[in-house]
Design a protein around this ligand. Structure first.
Ligand SMILES: N[C@@H](CCC(=O)N[C@@H](CS)C(=O)NCC(=O)O)C(=O)O
Length: 195
């Protein structure tokens, strides 16, 4: 049994959107939970088994899978054959894994340090900065129309999400702005963004 723990207006909307894109609603039960918000509101929900009280979390028969890219990789591997990820084990899947890990190891930290107004040589040496993120996305989108080429995938869903959440961070780059708009126009994203 698969149970997805979700909090409205949080990072977990991306998993909700993936479930919608892959039509997994009959396989995954979504369970809304409370979380502590950055303004101090909310509370840790005793119904949420995440060890830190966070979302997203996927429970597969008692095994807990957290971290958004891990949940995305897990679901697209468990249910292969959708357009949201290349077939597991192929070279294209290796590229897919690279983008998933790059998001969590470089893109999100770079954008968050920018939001926090912080810079440090150690940060730059590890995850670079927002300009480097822009350059990497621009380069990938030159072939386009999606990050991995012809087909929208979980990579687009994940990588456009900080710009959907914090639009002022979107670089003034037509390739990136148009891609973000195309991602946001996906019916699954429109249906789940505020859910
Ligand atoms: N690196 C995690 C971050 C998860 C995360 O921080 N989620 C926030 C919601 S946006 C949360 O659950 N916060 C509750 C808390 O900090 O207690 C991921 O990408 O899945």
């Amino acid at each position: 049994m698969l149970t997805f723990y979700h909090a409205p207006h949080s990072r977990s909307w991306r998993i909700l959107a993936l479930i919608e894109e892959m039509s997994l609603q009959d396989w995954v039960t979504t369970r809304p939970v409370n979380i502590v918000r950055s303004d101090g509101s909310g509370a840790v929900d005793p119904a949420n088994p995440h060890p830190e009280g966070k979302v997203p979390l996927l429970d597969h028969d008692g095994h807990l899978i957290s971290e958004t890219p891990a949940v995305m990789i897990y679901l697209t591997t468990l249910f292969p054959g959708s357009s949201m990820a290349p077939a597991p084990g192929t070279p294209e899947w290796g590229v897919f894994l690279t983008w998933m890990c790059w998001y969590t190891a470089a893109m999100e930290p770079a954008l968050l340090t920018e939001v926090a107004g912080l810079s440090h040589p150690v940060f730059h040496g590890t995850w670079r900065d927002a300009q480097a993120v822009t350059a990497r996305l621009h380069s990938a989108l030159q072939a386009g129309p999606w990050i991995m080429g012809d087909s929208y995938s979980a990579v687009d869903l994940l990588l456009h999400s900080p710009y959907a959440w914090l639009p002022h961070l979107t670089p003034d780059d037509p390739l990136i702005r148009d891609w973000v708009a195309r991602c946001q126009a996906r019916p699954a994203n429109l249906a789940t963004y505020t859910a």
